[in-house]
Design a protein around this ligand. Sequence first.
Ligand code: ATP
Length: 187
Amino acid sequence: MFGGTFDPVHNGHLSAGLSAIRQLNLDQIRLIPVCQQPLKRSAPVTSANDRVAMLELATEDQPAFVVDLREIDRGGLSYTADTIAELRMEFLGDELFLLLGSDAAKDFSRWRDTSEIERDVQLVILTRPGSETMGPILSGTYLEVPLVDVSSSMIRTAVRRGGVIDEMVPASVASYIHDRGLYQSDI
Ligand code: ATP
């Protein structure tokens, strides 16, 4: 499981996911876009339709990535513990891993039901080559993934300033952003 706002999905998400698949020998990565992030309630985000469309485009030729719409379909605030409880029932007997990038790992102690999460899944904390381990140590697997220095906020800022984002997102996602006129204003 790899959750996020994905506003938009970018090459950092994809390359970290691919690296986790290879290193942990995973069957699939479920990319799970949030409906509403409980810790960023007031942050405006692009519509679920657009975020999902970009995820579908970014992963269309990569069958190991599955776009999982359960948090969008559930609506309201998205709690990872609820998502894990559902997936636990669907994938009975399977080993489940939750991928956490550095921001998510830093915030983890503020999430709801962390002990249930830690009981039900293995935490995989994505680290960058040369990066320091973050704050209070979270127990889990620390996985070094290639450094792709990009974030969704960098992309939104670049688009607003008329910059080029071709190196940061798959070409299909760059075209979608352009065609739909996304991120032109400070959302
Ligand atoms: P924003 O810039 O808006 O905060 P973001 O780029 O961090 O967005 P999210 O959708 O919030 O994207 O992140 C989803 C998950 O991906 C989080 O766990 C985050 O830490 C992780 N992540 C984000 N960017 C990278 C990257 N370049 N490499 C590896 N993981 C990343």
